[in-house]
Write a protein of this length. Structure first.
Length: 554
């Protein structure tokens, strides 16, 4: 089974902070060089000075970037503690440098670099460790966030000059150079697939390209906004949408695809998760946050969402923008669209929006501006392996490996690919795991070297696919019944009983219908990047679950 596991090459969360920060810096410089047909000596020397390496090392890094997938992890440095460049200081020395910079350099006293170097040297000698060179300290000062450093040393008024007017990001011209993302509850009630009864308002996560005003990513879900919603929107943004449109049965043109250069988002928790930050670092996507208390800085995506909601007000079952506008209109009674039908409607509406004149573009259409910018600069980088891309943005868990695999929330996961790790599990420590909250029937485990993700299914294949919210509800119910210990058999038995109750109540209970539809809208299990083996012949009573479907089901 080890050869059959879906292995996705990644090197993300196992790297320590210093190595990962260096890899991200290298990706920003080397990525630009690698796009050229030929890297001149002058360009290599300039990059070498910026990165603090030799010219030869620049060419080596360019070669690694071109041979890899264009990811930050392709440029991770080795774990050697010595070498040129000052980037591999001992952990205790790094701690001293960070402490002195925080407490001495980032103050209104505005101490000089020479003064800071002396203080670092004194502190290191007091601890009996070798002080870093002046160049190593200067490189760490250069990596400080400019606006925050200027604010700490010189005040907000001086720092404002480092920003554009009013603190808003500077304008962009290239497609996907900067993309804004936000969420909203949709102003329409949807119905379930089976009984066509109202189940409530879904959530919309939308992305808009600032340069062209096109919509490269759009997700509709019954789940509340989360880091997974953002990851789904990014994955939808990065893929070619023709297969997705065909799956929805929509005959439309939506060519806006590719990985963004920068995300501009608000300060909500889902935009500050470890999964999103590391995933964006891995794919060379910068994250920029709006200033707190200034929602107008996200005006482009806010206007897009407002336009979408006004369009939804034309649909049966709309809730309008507020109760005063709705009046005595019975949204529940008028609701007719299922979640899938709403997705189809929004896909068609977005395709129409791309062809309409836009005031922010001087009367030009978003599709026209997109086509012009793509013709000038070339198409954006798209993603071919959607599963691998989305895994980089799924929530992160950390667990130790046992003889029987991994256990997460009372559920056991195992595959034969874990056997080599089990033999030396005592030395490996805790593993980095990724899990899709919509379908916890499998996880992805990052190998000890931090280079590959291995897909690990349930240890018992016959278990049904369930979501995190079903698992949590079942555990809570078992606790209510006085179960001090929750085991896997009891957990899945409770999930089965809860599903039966939900199905029976679906015709009368709105919440039950919504729960049923949430479960149905989760990714069905019919396809995977790796085949699921037959159950062991020694246990004829085991029924193998159907293979997994690719997890990008919007």
């Amino acid at each position: 089974m080890a050869d059959d596991q879906a292995v996705v090459e990644r090197g993300v969360l196992s790297a320590d902070a210093a190595r990962w920060e260096l890899a991200v810096r290298r990706a920003g410089v080397i990525g630009r060089l690698a796009q050229r047909d030929r890297v001149s000596v002058a360009a290599a020397d300039e990059a070498a000075a910026e990165l603090g390496v030799s010219r030869r090392q620049v060419y080596v890094l360019v070669k690694r970037w071109r041979a890899g997938e264009g990811l930050a992890s392709d440029l991770l440095p080795g774990k050697s503690s010595g070498g040129r460049g000052g980037e591999r200081l001992a952990d205790e020395v790094e701690a001293v440098v960070r402490s002195v910079l925080r407490t001495r350099y980032l103050t209104r006293q505005r101490r000089s670099v020479a003064s800071i170097c002396r203080e670092i040297s004194w502190e290191c000698k007091a601890r009996g460790v070798r002080p870093p060179s002046r160049g190593a300290v200067q490189r760490r000062i250069a990596r400080l966030e400019p606006v925050k450093a200027t604010t700490a040393r010189e005040g907000r008024d001086v720092a404002r000059a480092r920003q554009s007017a009013g603190g808003a990001p500077p304008p962009v011209t290239g497609v996907l150079e900067r993309v804004q993302i936000d969420h909203t509850p949709a102003d329409v009630i949807v119905v379930d697939e089976r009984h066509r009864m109202p189940i409530g308002r879904p959530y919309v996560t939308a992305a808009i390209d600032e340069a062209s005003r096109c919509v490269p990513g759009l997700v509709v879900t019954l789940e509340a906004p989360s880091a997974t919603s953002v990851g789904l929107c990014l994955a939808h943004m990065a893929i070619d949408k023709r297969a997705w449109l065909e799956g929805l049965g929509v005959d439309a043109v939506w060519p806006m695809s590719g990985k963004p250069g920068e995300l501009y988002v608000d300060n909500a928790a889902e935009f500050k998760s470890e999964a999103l930050r590391r995933g964006c670092d891995q794919h060379g996507i910068r994250i920029n946050y709006r200033p707190p208390g200034r929602p107008h800085f996200g005006g482009i995506v806010e206007r897009l969402i407002g336009t979408m909601m006004r369009m939804l007000h034309e649909l049966p079952g709309t809730t309008f923008s507020n109760t005063g506008e709705r009046g005595d209109y019975d949204s529940d009674a008028k609701a007719v669209l299922t979640l899938r039908e709403l997705q189809r409607w929004l896909a068609l509406a977005t395709a129409c929006y791309h062809g309409e004149p836009h005031e922010g573009l001087g009367g030009r259409t978003p599709a026209g501006v997109w086509a012009e910018r793509v013709a000038e600069a070339g198409p954006a980088i798209t993603v071919t392996n959607e599963t691998a891309f989305l895994v980089d943005f799924l929530p992160v868990l950390r667990r130790s490996l046992t003889r029987t695999g991994f256990q997460i929330d009372h559920v056991q996961y195992y595959c034969d690919a874990l056997k080599p790790w089990i033999a030396r599990r005592e030395r490996l420590g805790r593993f980095v795991l990724r899990r899709d909250p919509r379908d916890i029937s499998r996880i992805w485990a990052l190998d000890p070297e931090g280079t590959t993700y291995v897909e690990v299914p349930y240890r018992t294949w016959s278990r049904p696919a369930i979501s995190v919210w079903e698992q949590q509800a079942a555990v809570a119910r078992l606790r209510e019944l006085g179960r001090a210990e929750v085991d896997e058999n009891a957990l899945f038995a409770m999930v089965g009983r809860m599903r039966e109750i939900t199905e029976e109540a679906a015709t009368t209970s709105r919440k039950a219908r919504r729960n049923t539809e949430r479960r149905r809208s989760n990714p069905p299990r019919s396809h995977t990047t790796a085949p699921v083996p037959d159950p062991p012949k020694s246990d004829p009573g085991v029924v193998a679950a159907a293979p997994f479907e690719v997890i990008e089901q919007w």
